[in-house]
Write a protein that binds this ligand. Structure first.
Ligand SMILES: [Zn+2]
Length: 219
C-alpha cells in the first residue's frame, strides 16, 4: 500500500533535485552536478582551530551553493521540505562507523528568545527524526542555552570566544555523566559554539564529545 501511495505521489510530484530542480530518482536525492559542488565529507582539524574540548568533528559538505541554499532555507525561510535532502545526504555519506559507542545525541540549543522567533531549532529539525530512526537516544532537554548571544559570524575569533562564555548549561548532568555524546549542528563555523557546548558537557561528566555538522567552510 505504501509503495502504491508513493508511486502515485511520485507521479503527482516527481522527485527533483533540491537545488536545480532537475529530475532525480527518489525524493530527497541531489542531482550529481549539485552534489559534486558541495559534498566534502571530512574530519575537521580541531587543533588547527585551537579547539580542545570537542574530541572530533565530522562535516559532510562545504558551506557553498546548494548546501548554503538548503540550510538557509530551513533556518530563515521555514523551508522544512529541504530536510529530506539532508537525510538523503546523511543516509549515504555519514561515516556511521566513526560513531561507534555514541550513547546519546544532543542538538546545539538555541536560546528561548531565538526559539520563539524561529519557532524551532533547525538542528533538531534536521537531525532528530533521522537519529531516532537509527535508534540513537535523542536528548534535547539537558544542554540548554541560558544566555542569548550576539550572532557570531561577524565577530573576530577572540570576541566570539568571549561572547559565548557561560552561554550554555547542563541541567541534568546525570544524563550525560560518563557517556560518549554526539553534538549535532547545522553549520560548523569557527567551532566556538560547539566547543563551548563540549566544555560544559565535560564539566557535567561527559566522557567523550564528538561533533557532527552538515556543512562548514573550515578544514
Ligand atoms: Zn541539481
Amino acid at each position: 500500500m505504501n509503495s502504491l501511495k508513493s508511486a502515485i505521489l511520485d507521479l503527482l510530484y516527481p522527485p527533483k533535485c533540491p537545488v536545480c530542480k532537475a529530475g532525480v530518482q527518489v525524493h530527497g536525492q541531489w542531482c550529481s552536478a549539485c552534489l559534486t559542488q558541495v559534498l566534502a565529507v571530512r574530519e575537521i582539524n580541531l587543533a588547527a582551530h585551537r579547539i580542545y574540548d570537542l574530541d572530533t568533528c565530522i562535516v559532510l559538505c562545504d558551506y557553498v551553493q546548494g548546501a548554503k541554499k538548503v540550510i538557509q532555507g530551513i533556518k530563515f525561510q521555514g523551508d522544512l521540505k529541504y530536510i529530506a535532502c539532508l537525510h538523503w545526504l546523511l543516509d549515504r555519506y555519514l561515516p556511521l562507523q566513526r560513531f561507534d559507542g555514541i550513547e546519546c545525541v544532543l542538538p546545539v540549543p538555541l536560546h528561548r528568545d531565538r526559539l520563539q522567533i524561529r519557532g524551532y531549532n533547525q538542528s533538531e529539525k534536521i537531525f532528530r527524526e533521522w537519529m531516532l530512526e537509527k535508534r540513537y537516544s535523542w536528548i534535547a532537554d539537558t544542554l540548554i542555552r541560558c544566555r542569548a548571544t550576539e550572532p557570531l559570524w561577524d565577530l573576530p575569533l577572540l570576541e566570539r570566544r568571549r561572547n559565548i562564555k557561560r552561554a550554555f548549561q547542563v541541567v541534568r548532568p546525570e544524563v550525560v555523566n560518563g557517556k560518549t555524546v554526539l553534538l549535532v549542528d547545522d553549520i560548523f563555523t569557527s567551532g566556538t559554539t560547539m566547543n563551548e557546548c563540549a566544555k560544559v558537557l565535560k564539566q557535567a561528566g561527559a566522557a567523550i564529545v564528538h561533533g557532527l555538522a552538515i556543512a562548514s567552510s573550515a578544514n
